[in-house]
Design a protein around this ligand. Structure first.
Ligand code: URA
Ligand code: CA
Length: 448
């Protein structure tokens, strides 16, 4: 089986066999495909698409290309959540403790990756002392004892994905439904959870900005996940503006703590509750949405969600007192407001610009080796649709020095539009996609 024959077959829209797909994935690891051949095949897949069967075979071959974690030593059904990524997207730090307080066994592996702000790992590591490099035994013990653990993803999980993602990034082949789905699902399969709740974002700040493409991605991932024998479900949620009101690592931990203390609500809480509800239902712990919603409200009101977060922080070596006093988190000393230029209604807050502003301050990475400053970021004081008067601060930049803020101020000025009339409201949660909602929708043309 020569690489060039597989490339040509896909170039003309052929359906690859399992053996051909396995040869491709092996080729990432043993050098039997040159990088230019991998790149050519990625481009052919990007343009021609894959059937569900090909995508599932690619997913399993990638899951088998590195270490696989066995979570069979965890009592009960293990559950993970995964977001396709967004700005102010701190749902893990809220949904995971609340779901654990309701009895879920949350075993979450997070990637670090590049991004506007750090990933969940970077947010957690802004808590003094907290470690995310637990080994598999410690991870399993902690999930059994506390009900949740969030650790860094091993470099050896789905090894082929590392090679492929790096090539996709520089060959214009990131945005492909089968390539995204196989990349995400293979890592979830290798990480071992029995059920997975996906938060697929839609809107200008999402991986797939259009509603249609995001919905296709969500349905595809739920179907492919199901074909591998695990329980996958998904929510399609809004990322047309930042989800939380604080963007930046310690700032996001602070907001999560305040939400779990019952001191603030809003869109971030609403999406977190919906995700936690899906985690409870897909674990099979409860069987109706109303029952799960009631249990979650009780976990929020009694503070048992907050106590789960405290227990997790303590188990991972962090300072648990941050949940009582967020003043223990690192925080830049300088605050600079970005005022509204006119009276009216907030018409748009562009998540990419807010994310890039936070990154320019040091909250995110441009290169893998960049060191994050956990204490800087952007506070978003308004949401789309709210009224605003000229001079009122729309954003507050949190930085170390005045001289660090110029680029952030420029991006934030650009991020917001004020309109004379309130815009039509955009739904926060567009769809719930369960395993039964996408059966039979396996037309190849949906994923081109
Ligand atoms: N996240 C992933 O892990 N893989 C992709 O391909 C896209 C987003
Ligand atoms: Ca189990």
């Amino acid at each position: 089986m020569k690489p060039v024959d597989i490339i040509v077959k896909k170039k003309f829209g052929g359906e690859l066999t399992r053996a051909e797909i396995e040869a491709f994935v092996r080729g990432c690891l043993d050098g039997s495909f040159e990088e230019y051949q991998l790149s050519a095949l990625l481009m052919a897949i990007c343009i021609q698409g894959m059937t569900d069967r090909e995508t599932a075979d690619l997913t399993m071959a990638m899951a088998d290309s590195g270490d696989r974690l066995s979570l069979s030593q965890i009592d009960g059904v293990t559950v993970d959540k995964h977001s396709t990524g967004g700005v102010g997207d701190t749902t893990t730090l809220i949904a995971a403790p609340l779901a654990a307080a309701c009895g879920c066994k949350v075993a979450k592996m997070s990637g670090r990756g590049l991004g506007y702000t750090g990933g969940t790992l970077d947010k957690l590591e802004s808590i003094p002392g907290l470690r995310t490099d637990l080994d598999a035994d410690a991870f399993i013990r902690q999930v059994n004892r506390v009900g949740l653990a969030v650790i860094g993803q091993s470099e050896r999980l789905a090894s082929a994905d590392r090679t492929l993602y790096a090539l996709r990034d520089v060959t214009g082949t990131v945005r492909s439904l089968p390539l995204i789905a196989s990349s995400i699902i293979s890592k979830k399969i290798a990480a071992g959870c029995e059920s997975v709740v996906l938060d697929v974002k839609t809107g200008s700040g999402a991986l797939m900005p259009t509603h249609e493409e995001s919905l296709h991605l969500a349905r595809l991932m739920v179907r492919i996940g199901g074909m591998t024998g695990r329980r996958f479900s998904a929510l399609l949620t809004d990322m047309s503006q930042p989800l939380g009101a604080q963007v930046g690592n310690a700032l996001e931990v602070e907001e999560a703590v305040q939400i779990l203390r019952g001191e603030r609500g809003g869109a971030l809480l609403d999406v977190s509750l919906a995700l936690a509800e899906s985690m409870i239902l897909s674990s099979g712990l409860m069987h109706s949405q109303a029952e799960a919603a009631g249990a979650l409200r009780a976990a929020l009101e009694s503070g048992s969600g907050l106590e789960k977060l405290r227990a997790m922080i303590e188990a991972q070596g962090g300072d648990p007192r941050v949940v009582d006093d967020t003043g223990r988190l690192p925080c830049g000393e300088v605050r600079t407001d970005v005022p509204a230029r006119e009276d009216g209604y907030i018409g748009r807050i562009e998540p990419q610009d807010v994310g890039n502003a936070a990154r320019s301050l040091g909250a995110g990475r441009y290169r893998k080796t960049d060191v994050i400053d956990p204490g800087v970021g952007v506070i978003v004081n308004k949401r789309v649709g709210e009224s605003v008067v000229r001079g009122e601060p729309v954003f507050t930049v949190v930085s170390r020095r005045d001289s660090d803020t110029a680029e952030a101020m420029r991006l934030l000025e650009r991020a917001v539009t004020v309109s004379p009339e309130a815009p039509d409201p955009i739904p926060l949660i567009h769809e719930h996609i369960g395993p039964d909602d996408c059966a039979g929708r396996n037309r190849g043309d949906e994923f081109a």
